[in-house]
Design a protein around this ligand. Sequence first.
Ligand code: NAD
Length: 370
Amino acid sequence: MSGASSNSYSVAHKARQSRPIDPSEPLNISRVKGKTILITGGASGFGASFFRKWAAAGADVIIGDVDENKGESIVREVRIATDNEHHHFVRCDVTDWQSQVNFFKEATKLSSHGGIDAVVANAGILESNHTFNNPKNLDMLDPPKPDLSVIEVNLVGVLYTTHLALFYLPRNPGSEPAGSNSSQLKEDESPRDRHLLLIGSMASLYPIPLQTLYGTSKHGVLGLFRSLRSTAFTKGVRVNLICPYFVETGILTPRGRAVLTGATLAKIEDVVEAASRLMADSRINGRNLVVGPRIRVVETEEGEWQFSCEENATSTEVSLWEANTDDLENTDFFMRRIVGIMNAAHEMNGWIKWTKEIVRALLFTVKVPT
Ligand SMILES: NC(=O)c1ccc[n+]([C@@H]2O[C@H](COP(=O)([O-])OP(=O)(O)OC[C@H]3O[C@@H](n4cnc5c(N)ncnc54)[C@H](O)[C@@H]3O)[C@@H](O)[C@H]2O)c1
C-alpha cells in the first residue's frame, strides 16, 4: 500500500513516511520561527538563500562553510535585516571530521535554547577536472591516484553531517520524537524539531555525462536517504531530501555554464520553496521533492504529465514533484518477506539447529586468525 492512500500524517511507531506533499497547498513559512537551523555550505548559493528565507521568517540560523569572507559577510547582512543577533558563522570544512564536530558543538553553545532543531547537509562541489573516467598519460609506470575530492565533500562530508545530526538532534531539549505530534500541527506549536534535510540533485536520479563522481556522490545521498528514513525515525529524527535540477549558483563552472547556455534551468526560489516546505512542517518525513525547471503540463486520465503551453487553458505550471514515494513500502514489503522466510526456516529446522548455528557463528569469529 502506498503512503499516498493514507490521508493522515504518520505516527512514530507505525509509519515512517508521511502522506504525499501537495505543492498547491499554501506554505506556512512562519513555522520555522524559533527553530535553530544548521546549514553546511551556507555562505552562498542554496545555503545562503535558505539562510535569508528562514531567518526572515524568525529562525536562528548557524552556517558552517570554508569560505570565511562570504560566511561572515552574510551573517552581518542577515543580522541587520532581521534585527536578530542569533545568526552565526562557524568555519567548518565538511571533509574534516573534527571541524564538523566543532561546528556542532559550537552551534549547541550558540543556540538560544541550547539545542539544534534542524540540520541541512548542503555543502557540495562539482567535478572540475574530468580525469576520473579519462586517465591521462597512459604510458606512465605508476598510475596517479585519482582526485576524489567530490566524494570527500559531497558524500563523506554528508555522512559526517548526518552522523552528527543523529547524535545532536535527539538531544534537542524540549523536542519530541518526530511524528509524535501526528496530524494536529497547531499554529502555536512548539518550534522544537529533529529534522535532517539532505540535498541531493537530479544527478541522484539520472547520471550526468562527465560528472561521474558527482553523480556517484549524489546517488550515494539518495541511498543514504532511502536507508535512513525508516531507521532514523526510531531516534525520532525525520529525514527528507530535495533533488534540484541545474540552478545558476556559484557551483557551476564556466564550462558547465557554457554547456547549459540556452537551456531552461530550475529557479533558486523553487529550491527554497521545496526546502522550506520540508523544513517548516514537522509532520513531513521520508519525502523526496524534485525541483525542475518550470514547465506547463496537462494531466492525462492515467495521471501522467504531458508537456503543454500557456495557450492551453487546462495546463498548469509545475516545478516541484515527488520521487521515491512508494519504494519505502516496497522495501518494507521485501524485508518482511525475507524475515518471514527466515522465520519459516527456523520453524522447520527447529530451535536446536538454530542454536547450534548461532554457537558455530560465534565460535567462527573467535577462531579467526589475527
Ligand atoms: N546549483 C545547482 O545546479 C545544484 C543542483 C542540484 C544540487 N545542488 C547541490 O546543492 C548544494 C549547494 O550547492 P550550490 O549550488 O548552492 O553551490 P555553491 O557553490 O553556491 O555553494 C556551495 C557552498 O558549499 C561550500 N563548500 C564547498 N566545499 C566545502 C567544504 N569542504 N566544507 C564546507 N563548505 C564547503 C562553498 O564554500 C559554498 O559556500 C550542493 O550540495 C550541490 O551539489 C546544486
